[in-house]
Write a protein that binds this ligand. Structure first.
Ligand code: AHM
Ligand code: MG
Length: 336
């Protein structure tokens, strides 16, 4: 059997042999990965440690925070504030950005994250995850402010997620393909278990919360109706539907076996472009999916090219197998 490659070795190779990432970014990614182990451990202890249920507070979106949302957010803050690689952090669970306290050295990177995505699933023991994205602080900036986070996804230097499921996984890109690491819990190491992941082009699977069908806009309705028509419809084949309601789990399935994930803008909140957040959900997932040969749009343009205007901005999301994303995007274009 070939010797196993650890996350550290993988990152050192990207740094030393390929010159793709600076040492500071490698260290930052290792700290994020270590914190994901800690979060995964807290998630797995669940009721034993009394960490299930609501925290009794709400986040910037007005959503009730779970105890584990708060625990995961604090774990990432604590672990990343002292390393000297970051200038500031931003999270789904914090109204404002978190500048690195003056008592610590400041670095050149910005870290954005959703500490526990899919947290409505925690209390029923369904997979949840952590999503993260790394940007560079614009050159010459001394004090990071919100405007410095307003960079399109194409500027990400790294992105990934941890998936707390039957196995604990870390899926990562530094712009050189997508690699998946599995946590060996006995000694706590991340081992490379899939390299150069590729979203299969052909798919018969789609993911959307169909309970919102009555609120969908015509292009989404047209696309999904065609899928549902199956063999007798214009697509001529039967499609299968999956919806975990944890984006990390749905995107991971698509990375492994193809498909399309959709969270469209709809008529429930007509002035809001969908539910998912651009900077720490859609952008990092789009980076991963594109690096794996898939595509990601908001129905009109590539998500990676959207320049954000606020930290918690929302965006419609269509991502996965290229041909399917192109088809639903073309329906939006035709509709105007
Ligand atoms: P969260 O960040 O508050 O957990 O919300 C994001 C989640 C995604 O993981 C998932 O795709 C979506 O919300 C599910 O939404 P819905 O319950 O509307 O189906
Ligand atoms: Mg989320």
């Amino acid at each position: 059997m070939a010797p196993r490659i650890s996350l550290t070795q993988y990152l050192v190779e990207k740094q030393r042999e390929k010159g793709l990432i600076p040492a500071e970014l490698r260290l930052l990614l290792e700290v994020v990965a270590r914190t994901c182990k800690r979060i995964g451990y807290a998630v797995s202890r669940g009721a034993i440690d009394g960490v299930l249920g609501d925290a009794g507070s709400s986040n910037v979106q007005g959503e009730a925070q779970k105890k584990l949302d708060v625990i995961a957010n604090e774990a990432l803050l604590e672990a990343n504030e002292w390393g000297g690689n970051l200038a500031a952090m931003a999270s789904e669970e914090m109204y404002e950005l978190y500048p690195i306290p003056h008592r610590y050295p400041k670095g050149e990177f910005l870290l954005l994250y959703d500490p526990l995505d899919g947290s409505s699933n925690i209390d029923v023991n369904v997979s949840v995850g952590t999503i993260f994205s790394v940007l560079r602080l614009p050159e010459g900036v001394k004090e990071p402010r919100e405007e410095h986070f307003m960079q399109p996804g194409t500027r990400q230097v790294a992105a990934g997620y941890a998936l707390y499921g039957p196995s604990t996984l870390l899926v990562l890109t530094v712009g050189d393909g997508v690699a998946c690491f599995t946590l060996g819990k006995e000694i706590g190491s991340w081992w490379l278990t899939a390299e150069r992941m590729h979203v299969p082009e052909q798919t018969r699977e789609f993911a959307i919360n169909a309970s919102n069908a009555r609120h969908w806009h015509p292009p989404v309705r047209r696309y999904v109706d065609e899928l549902l028509a199956g063999r007798e419809g214009p697509r001529g084949v039967d499609f299968n539907m999956r919806w975990v309601a944890s984006m990390v789990a749905d995107v991971h399935r698509i990375l492994c076996r193809g498909g399309i994930f959709m969270y469209p803008r709809d008529n429930r909140e007509p002035d809001k472009p969908g539910k998912l957040r651009l900077l720490y959900e859609a952008s990092p997932m789009s980076f991963l999916i594109e690096q794996a040969g898939g595509a990601a749009t908001n129905g009109h343009q590539r998500i990676m090219e959207i320049v954000p205007t606020t930290l918690h901005e929302r965006v419609a999301v269509f991502l996965g197998s290229k041909a399917e994303v192109e088809r639903v995007t073309s329906y939006h274009r035709e509709h105007g």
